[in-house]
Design a protein around this ligand. Structure first.
Ligand SMILES: C[S@@+](CC[C@H](N)C(=O)[O-])C[C@H]1O[C@@H](n2cnc3c(N)ncnc32)[C@H](O)[C@@H]1O
Length: 237
């Protein structure tokens, strides 16, 4: 899915936001932690734009943890569950990143340095809207941003929100990959997803235009750190 470049504008917008945050701190080598970072595509893009930074991907998947560090000397990865205690020292990270991944707000706040930032990428209601009906994908609720704000507010203050919205042309294999990477994949097996993706693409002459629409939210950890600790503030896409 990443190789097909569908989400390249999202990757770039995220990397720009993270690099700006790294450039603004007085640290020789800021630490970026990508929680549920998958194969490390976002972390790599961040490290390209913030060359003095170091990065860590935390992910449940061994394959992702391996892929994330391949050929990346300033990146490390850890196989771990972000719903549990994140295996990092308190106040050790400069920027945390969460892209289409589960968010443990209290633990994320714990691992960030004072004044550290969290960058979250979340789908907007019209994200991949052309695929929602035909492929039975879960819809993004119109109150998504409000729910994120409410979950974040005990530990973080939102300082910036950027919308990325573009149209991309996709073929059947990419359609199937887009569905398979989302939460809807839990409700269908891969063979079914491939079959429906083929049918949808064939019905439109082999390819279709899809809307990519996400919000990149930048927030800052609250100074008083008076938020509740523990892993009870769970949010997911
Ligand atoms: C939709 S993918 C997004 C990956 C990456 N952020 C990206 O956009 O390329 C969600 C990722 O979260 C990871 N993940 C799911 N639950 C997790 C958990 N509880 N702890 C750590 N990682 C988790 C999955 O293994 C997967 O790599």
């Amino acid at each position: 899915m990443h190789d097909a470049g569908v989400l390249s504008p999202v990757v770039e917008a995220t990397a720009i936001a993270v690099a700006e945050l790294c450039a603004a701190v007085d640290e020789p080598s800021p630490l970026i932690v990508d929680l549920g970072g998958g194969p490390g595509v976002y972390l790599r893009a961040c490290l390209r734009r913030a060359p003095t930074a170091r990065g860590v991907v935390i992910d449940l998947s061994k394959a992702c943890a391996r892929a994330a560090v391949r050929g990346e000397p300033t990146a490390a990865s850890v196989i771990a569950d972000v719903w549990r205690q994140i295996p990092m020292r308190s106040a050790s990270a400069t920027v945390a990143l969460s892209v289409f991944a589960p968010r443990n707000i209290a633990e994320t706040a714990r691992v960030l340095r004072a004044g550290g930032h969290l960058v979250i990428v979340t789908p907007r209601p019209d994200h991949l809207t052309e695929l929602v009906g035909p492929l039975g994908m879960l819809r993004v609720g119109p109150d998504k941003d409000d729910r994120i704000d409410a979950a974040l507010s005990p530990a973080f203050g939102i300082i910036d929100r950027r919308v990325v919205q573009e149209t991309r042309t996709v073929t059947a294999p990419t359609i199937a990959d887009l569905v398979a990477m989302g939460p809807s994949a839990f409700h269908h097996d891969r063979a079914h997803i491939d079959e429906v993706a083929d049918a949808v693409a064939d019905a439109r002459g082999g390819s279709l235009e899809v809307t990519v629409a996400v919000t990149v939210t930048v927030c800052r950890v609250r100074g008083d750190r008076s938020h509740p600790s523990g892993s009870d503030q769970r949010v997911t896409d």
